[in-house]
Design a protein around this ligand. Structure first.
Ligand code: UD1
Ligand code: CA
Length: 453
């Protein structure tokens, strides 16, 4: 991202060994999701976007699930196990082998602080490039209690004192430590190995790094960020607060890029949602992961989309559900109470009402009538339905897969299609209607007095 850092190599160490007991969860804290991606994934993406060429993740013992998520987020990421939880500096040193490889910049990030942006990590790196050996990140805390306090003189970070070790006067400082830190790679190992545990918690504090650097004749600096960006997640209430902040950020970016949202606060986005220009999103729309919306689409209210591509000029909903593998061509119309899964629709095709399409291919310009169902599952396997270009499927038809309606084929309403329909043919498969003259009148005469007493 920032050009001035691109010449320098960077190692990011992401601390993810937290216990997270306050989440009351069988899932490790850092795997809880925000905007469809784990907190760990968000932090790893941010440091990678800030130019980290190597990412090391420090995990607790036996946490194969966290290691798996780290590898999924960045295939080349390494994981290191911190056996005993002896403090943040001790956790960083679990990645000693990565530190020993030598990098220009070292960033330490916390996996439970998911809102820190790549731009902020890049600013920390720039401060290293400008001569800082240690760069801390501070914020003005609305309520400083519990946080480490930053002791600053001018641009110099003289030290960080943990809340439990602070004097009364130090506790009145409102500039608090966000926790994450950047270290010059040349001095990082030396600084970290000088950190001891003579403090209230008998822990090896990463926060001792600035003062130690200064005793080595090196410079320590401080940068600041808004509190909203450095909020940590320890319980589900804070998880919801972080989600709200992330949603607001994603919606703002989408609107700035040319998306109209009639009621932004009711729209849920995923971290990877891609929306083109002049798209209108009505209230209460949910975007799960892997959704791409091209230009000039309208997503009507109360639609649920996941793993879908929506071509330019299409119209979806209200109350539509697009499941993974849905691919809508240009100007496709998907109306209310329609569910689509693993199905492609060619340009201009219409599915306007009350339909299920699964494992199907629908050609351009085809019309799928109200209440059409692809019967794709026989209890064992999923089978495909192919509907050719310009075909017409009458309302309330069942297409029993595997089956093909060729281009221009026509299916009469209420048909159960079990055989392929040739091009240009009409398929009708329903009970023939009989009219019995006078039957209704006679029926009423026979029953007229029944409900009277
Ligand atoms: C830390 C900072 C504090 C700062 C606060 C911001 C230190 C000593 N203190 O305090 O100045 O204001 O964050 O929220 O750094 N971790 C490990 N292994 C350990 C200990 C911690 O991996 O042995 C990880 C935790 O999972 C967490 C992070 O490091 O992600 C911070 O640890 P935590 O114990 O929460 O530190 P705080 O007391 O909050
Ligand atoms: Ca914490």
């Amino acid at each position: 991202m920032p050009d001035d850092n691109s010449a320098r190599s960077c190692l990011a160490i992401v601390l993810a060994a937290g216990e997270g007991t306050r989440m009351k969860s069988s899932v490790p804290k850092v795997l809880h999701r925000i905007a469809g991606r784990s907190m760990l994934g968000h932090v790893m993406a941010a440091v990678a976007d800030a130019g980290a060429s190597h990412v090391a993740v420090v995990i607790g013992p036996g946490r194969d699930d966290v290691a798996g998520e780290a590898a999924a987020a960045i295939p080349g990421a390494e994981t290191f196990v911190q056996r005993d939880r002896l403090g943040t500096a001790h956790a960083v040193l679990a990645a000693r082998a990565a530190l020993e490889r030598g990098h220009d910049d070292v960033i330490v990030a916390f996996a439970d602080t998911p809102l820190v942006t790549a731009a902020t990590f890049a600013r920390l790196r720039t401060a290293l490039a400008n001569g800082g050996a240690v760069v801390g990140l501070g914020f003005e805390a609305a309520d400083p209690s519990g946080y480490g306090r930053m002791i600053v003189a001018g641009e110099t970070l003289e030290g960080i004192v943990e809340d439990k070790d602070a004097t009364e006067a130090q506790r009145r400082i409102t500039l608090c430590n966000a926790g994450l830190l950047a270290l010059s790679g040349r001095h990082a190992l030396e600084i970290l190995s000088r950190i001891g545990n003579a403090n209230a918690q008998k822990e090896f504090y990463l926060t001792d790094a600035p003062a130690i650097a200064r005793t080595m004749g090196l410079s320590s600096r401080v940068l600041t960020a808004p509190e909203s960006e450095v909020q940590g997640v320890n319980d589900r209430v804070q998880l919801a607060a972080a989600e709200a902040a992330m949603q607001s950020r994603l919606r703002t970016a989408a609107m700035r890029a040319g998306v109209t949202m009639l009621d932004p606060s009711s729209v849920y986005l995923s971290h990877d949602t891609k929306i083109g220009r002049d798209v209108i999103v009505e209230p209460h729309v949910f975007f799960g992961t892997k959704v791409t919306v091209e230009d000039a689409v309208v997503i009507h209210a109360c639609s649920h989309l996941e793993g879908a591509r929506i071509g330019a000029g299409a119209s979806v909903g209200p109350f539509a559900r697009l499941r993974p593998g849905t691919d809508l061509g240009e100007r496709v119309k998907v109306g209310n109470f329609v569910e689509i899964k693993a199905t492609t629709l060619g340009s201009g095709a219409k599915v306007s009402h009350l339909t299920y399409l699964g494992d199907a291919a629908v050609g351009a310009g085809a019309n799928i009538g109200a209440g059409t169902i692809t019967c794709n599952y026989d209890g064992y396997a999923k089978n495909r339905t192919v509907i050719g270009e310009g075909a017409f499927i009458g309302s309330n038809s069942s297409l029993v897969a595997p089956v093909t309606v060729a281009a221009g084929g026509y299916v009469g309403s209420g048909t159960v299609v079990t055989k392929n329909v040739p091009s240009g043919a009409l398929a009708v498969g329903r009970a023939r209607q009989t009219n019995i003259d006078g039957w209704a009148d006679a029926f009423h005469v026979r029953n007229r007095d029944r409900n009277k007493t």
